[in-house]
Design a binder for this molecule. Structure first.
Ligand SMILES: NC(=O)c1ccc[n+]([C@@H]2O[C@H](COP(=O)([O-])OP(=O)(O)OC[C@H]3O[C@@H](n4cnc5c(N)ncnc54)[C@H](OP(=O)(O)O)[C@@H]3O)[C@@H](O)[C@H]2O)c1
Length: 244
C-alpha cells in the first residue's frame, strides 16, 4: 500500500493545468489528467500515457467513461483531490468579446457544460472516492466571476460566477463528509486563453505584469495540502492585486 496521494486534474494539456501537473508531480503526487487532446509522447512523465484520459467534459457519456476509468485506476485507494481546471472562453471573429447580444444558445450550452456542469458532475460522481481519502476539491474560477471584463464574454463570466456558488454549496454540503472545497480566482495569467491586448492591462495590475501558470498552480497545491486543513469554502484571488 503506497501513501502517494492521487489528484484528478481536468484541462491538463496546456496553460494552468499543465503547470499544475508539474507542481503536483514535484510534490510527489500521482496525477490523473483529462483533456480532449491525447497524451503527448514528448512529455517526460513515464506514467503520463497510462494516467491520461482523453475525453470531452462537455459530453455526459465521456464523463461517465472517465469516472469509470478513474475508479478502476484507483482500485481500493481513495482520491485525494480533484482540480476542476478545464475551461473555455469562446470569442467572436478576430477574438471579439461575446456579449449577451452575440452569444447563441450553443455558446451558453457549451460554456456551461465545460465550466460548470463538468465540475459539479465530477464532484458528485467521485464523492465516495473523495470521502474515502478525506480529499479536497479546487475549482478554478476567474476574476471575471465578480466583474465585467473587457475581453471575457458574458457566458464565460456567468459560468465563473456560478462556479463560485457551486464551491460555496459544495463546501457546505461536503464539509461534514470530510471533503474540503475551495475556489481560486486567477486574474490575467499568460496562457492561450487570453485575448490579444491583455498585455496592455498591466497598467491596472499593481504587480505590473501578467501572472504565470505556475503561480496559480502553487496556490492550488496549497489548497489541496494539509497546510490548508481548515480552509473550506474559500475563494483565493491570484491576480497580482488587480482589483480595479
Ligand atoms: N489564463 C487566464 O488568465 C485565466 C484567468 C482566469 C481563469 N482562468 C481559468 O483557468 C483555467 C485554465 O485556463 P488556461 O488559461 O490554462 O486555459 P487554456 O490554456 O485554454 O487551457 C484550457 C484547458 O482546458 C482543457 N479543456 C477545454 N475544454 C475541454 C473539454 N471540453 N474537455 C476536456 N478538457 C477541456 C484544454 O484541453 P483540450 O483543449 O486538450 O481539451 C486545456 O488543457 C480555466 O478554467 C480558465 O477559465 C484562466
Amino acid at each position: 500500500m503506497t501513501d502517494q496521494k492521487t489528484l484528478l486534474l481536468t484541462g491538463a494539456s496546456r496553460g494552468i493545468g499543465h503547470a499544475t501537473v508539474k507542481v503536483f508531480q514535484a510534490a510527489g503526487w500521482r496525477v490523473l489528467t483529462v483533456s480532449r487532446t491525447a497524451f503527448d509522447s514528448r512529455c517526460p512523465w513515464h506514467a503520463g500515457s497510462t494516467d491520461h484520459f482523453q475525453g470531452d467534459l462537455a459530453d455526459a457519456e465521456a464523463r461517465a467513461d472517465l469516472v469509470a476509468r478513474v475508479r478502476e485506476t484507483l482500485g481500493d485507494s481513495g482520491l485525494h483531490a480533484i482540480v476542476n481546471n478545464a475551461g473555455i472562453s469562446p470569442k467572436g471573429e478576430g477574438g471579439a468579446r461575446l456579449g449577451i447580444a452575440e452569444s447563441s444558445d450553443e455558446v451558453w450550452q457549451q460554456v456551461l457544460s465545460v465550466n460548470l456542469l463538468g465540475p459539479a458532475a465530477l464532484m458528485r460522481d467521485l464523492l465516495p472516492e473523495l470521502e474515502q481519502a478525506r480529499g479536497a476539491v479546487v475549482n478554478v474560477g476567474s476574476i471575471v466571476g465578480k466583474r465585467v471584463h473587457p475581453y471575457a464574454g458574458a457566458a464565460y463570466a456567468c459560468s465563473k460566477a456560478a462556479l463560485d456558488a457551486l464551491t460555496r454549496e459544495a463546501a457546505a454540503e461536503l464539509g461534514p463528509r470530510g471533503v474540503r472545497v475551495n475556489l481560486v480566482t486567477p486574474g490575467e495569467i499568460e496562457t492561450e486563453i487570453l485575448s490579444p491586448g491583455t498585455e496592455e492591462m498591466t497598467d491596472i495590475i499593481p504587480l505590473r505584469r501578467l501572472g504565470k501558470p505556475d503561480e496559480v498552480a502553487r496556490v492550488v497545491l496549497f489548497l489541496c495540502s494539509e497546510q490548508a486543513s481548515y480552509v473550506n469554502g474559500a475563494s483565493v484571488d491570484v491576480n497580482g492585486g488587480q482589483h480595479a
